[in-house]
Design a protein around this ligand. Structure first.
Ligand SMILES: [Zn+2]
Length: 320
């Protein structure tokens, strides 16, 4: 088995010269030894069960060296050990801080979270705002050499309004979210969209946001946006149900041998209670038997019928 080192030497190694023998070579070797003596050597011993295993490991070292340089001999064992371990450690969270490239006193490419800082506040940031933040700091750096630091931040739901300042009192004001027409923060509205779509109630969301430390949207804003959201979703539901009903009727008619045989559609119903059994509200959904699309819905409350077991029947009647 020819080692990568030998193949590489055959390809790139220099040709033998006269001075490679005799007195000249002896002197060179002594000079090299003198130089080497100044270096501190370290031994790394390993044990394997066969010669092949040993060659395999050496070959891996040679191959890694070839990735760093054209010639194996230009890369020392110390260099390759450092490279390999640094690569492994930085990919597994074990790189010592001082080995991070580009690190300064105020900037750390790999930021550790100490145990007592695990509950630090978190904010959400939109991609465009992150780009804007980087651009704001970069632009400042074009005309001022002072470092900008966060002077203050105000929390608005999940958004932070940041004020950055440098020693020369230049101020950069940046929000962690872009805004929609009307001034509302995109980040907060997107979170609300997620909450409404998931069915979380405000109390549940509040607990989630509190323990996640991501800021909380106040209850008044939660309900205000919910009203707007419901207006839009109501229209979307009506449109969807109307389309589904057309589909169901069309499919049913097509399955009849004669148009006169059409006697109406068949539905299956399903009821979902709000969050507990015997709850105050139930959602009653009617599905088209053939298309399985929602062709009707109704909300039945405790006021319509005090017995929640009858809510499904009540709801279906309401839908029809
Ligand atoms: Zn400045």
């Amino acid at each position: 088995m020819e080692r990568a080192k030998e193949a590489n030497r055959n390809e790139f190694g220099r040709k033998k010269r006269k001075s490679d023998n005799g007195e000249a070579m002896k002197m060179r070797n002594e000079k090299r030894k003198e130089k080497e003596d100044k270096n501190i050597s370290g031994n790394l011993r390993f044990y394997v069960s066969s010669e092949n295993d040993k060659v395999e490991i050496f070959d891996m070292i040679d191959t890694a060296k070839l990735l760093l340089s054209e010639r194996v001999s230009l890369v020392s064992n110390a260099m390759i050990l450092r490279e390999v371990f640094q690569f492994y450690l930085s990919n597994n969270g074990g790189a010592p801080d001082q080995q991070n490239e580009g690190e300064t006193e105020s900037f750390k490419p790999y930021l550790r979270s100490p145990r007592d800082n695990c509950m630090e506040d978190i904010c959400l940031i939109s991609e465009s705002s992150l780009k804007n933040l980087v651009a704001g700091i970069s632009d400042h750096g074009l005309h001022c050499k002072e470092i900008v630091e966060i002077d203050s931040f105000d929390t608005f739901g999940h958004v932070q309004k940041l004020t950055l300042k440098c020693k020369d009192m230049h101020t950069i004001k940046i929000d962690t979210s872009s805004r929609l027409p009307g001034g509302k923060f995109l980040v907060n509205l997107r979170v609300l969209h997620g909450i409404y779509s998931s069915g979380l109630r405000y109390a549940q969301y509040e607990r989630f946001a509190k323990y996640a430390g991501i800021g909380i949207i106040p209850e008044s804003a939660f309900h205000e946006v919910q009203d707007m959201f419901c207006d839009v979703t109501d229209d979307a539901v009506k449109e969807s149900v109307s389309d589904a009903l057309d589909d169901e009727v069309g499919t049913t008619v097509l399955e009849c041998d004669n148009v006169d045989d059409y006697k109406g559609i068949t539905i299956v119903s399903d009821a979902r209670h709000g969050w507990r059994k015997n709850s105050r509200f139930s959602d009653i959904i009617s599905l088209g038997y053939r298309t399985n699309k929602v062709v009707g819905y109704a909300v039945v409350s405790h006021g319509d019928d005090p017995c929640s077991q009858r809510h499904e029947l009540h709801g279906v009647k309401k839908t029809v």
